[in-house]
Design a protein around this ligand. Structure first.
Ligand code: AHG
Length: 332
């Protein structure tokens, strides 16, 4: 079976291969810590003490530090932005790539021993030779040269796109290598499975209420078929399920918190997952626009997300258009 290293040697530039290899090595360290779980003293909140009386760090902080240290030492990496850090970290002026990451997506799942993962996005660095600033990161998702996620579930896996389809690897604990298990991941245009946190129903805009009402009504409603629902509360796991067996995932605009346009982050979650889903044959929107075409306004921007089976994503977009929603959930 082809290893990740062999795959990258044949499919990626040296710079990109080296950067993804750095991410993969960090993911193996994170996966090992997750395997040890409570025994590694990584559960609980920052500020707790472990059994040895040492200060505990939450695993999302440890994961962030591991990735940040490794990437800033990579000569090809010009700068790093993490969901966990307020500011970007400039790295090597001669680097040609920028990396954004969510070190542990779904972190509320750690203490209950459920799936979490690391999401990454790699952008070109336009100003080689100068120190990277936040403005350099504010590129629309269509500029991404690679995106992927390491999922720490019942096994550790990597799904990734370099812009020519989606490939999936499984981590082999014996050889400590990621091995290629699917060189062309594709998802169906249609589905009968959806993922949404329905407890937010009363905060949604009318098009999402109308859409979910239609799915819940099943074969008695406008869609004329029954739907099944799943929600892992970790986007990484919900997206992984879609890559494996199809579906549609949503974290739409809601009015729960004034001024917050959605929960998920454009640069750490929405863009990389949109790139992967589109490359697997699916679609992704904020309800109005293609997510990958949105110019970020700041690195921690939040955005509504609807992605997965094209037929469902287009249906949701049509409902927004009919309701006169113009952008990011703002009613006309
Ligand atoms: P975090 O990594 O901060 O725990 O956030 C996870 C995100 C996303 O992965 C998931 O889909 C969503 O939050 C779950 O939100 P709810 O708790 O509202 O269901």
């Amino acid at each position: 079976m082809m290893t990740l290293t062999q795959y990258l040697q044949s499919q990626a530039s040296d710079e990109l291969a080296s950067t993804i290899d750095t991410l993969a090595k960090s993911s193996i360290a994170i996966s090992a810590l997750l395997d040890k779980g409570a025994l590694a003293g990584i559960h609980g909140e920052t500020g707790n003490e472990n059994v040895q009386g040492e200060a505990q760090k939450k695993l999302d902080v440890i994961s962030n530090d591991l990735l940040l240290d490794a990437l800033t030492q990579n000569p090809h990496c010009a700068g790093v932005a993490s969901e966990e850090l307020d500011d970007i970290s400039p790295a090597n002026d001669q680097g040609t790539l920028l990396v954004t990451f969510d070190p542990l997506d779904g972190s509320s799942n750690i203490d209950i021993n459920m799936t979490v993962g690391t999401i990454f996005s790699i952008l070109p660095y336009p100003r080689v030779g100068s120190q990277a600033t936040e403005a350099d990161f504010l590129q629309p998702g269509v500029q991404q040269v690679a995106a992927g996620y390491f999922i720490y579930g019942t096994s550790t896996m990597l799904a990734m796109t370099l812009g020519q389809g989606v490939v999936m690897f499984s981590f082999d604990p014996t050889s400590q290598e990621y091995l290629l298990i699917n060189d062309q991941v594709t998802i169906s245009q249609t589905t009968a499975e959806y993922a949404i946190n329905a407890s937010n129903y009363r905060y949604w805009l009318d098009p999402i209420k109308e859409y979910i009402d239609g799915l819940v009504a099943g074969d008695l409603g406008v869609r004329n078929k029954d739907y099944n629902m799943r929600w892992v509360a970790a986007m990484i796991a919900d997206v992984h399920r879609i890559l494996i067996r199809g579906g549609v995932f949503m974290y739409p605009f809601d009015t729960k918190i004034a001024g917050k346009t959605g929960k998920l982050r454009l640069m750490y979650e929405a863009n990389p997952m949109s790139f992967i889903i589109e490359q697997a044959g699916g679609a992704s929107t904020d309800g109005v626009e293609r997510i990958m075409e949105i110019k970020p306004s700041h690195i921690h921007q939040r955005i509504p997300v609807v992605l997965g089976a094209k037929e469902e994503v287009d249906y949701v977009k049509d409902l927004h258009a009919k309701a006169g929603i113009l952008a990011n959930g703002d009613p006309a």
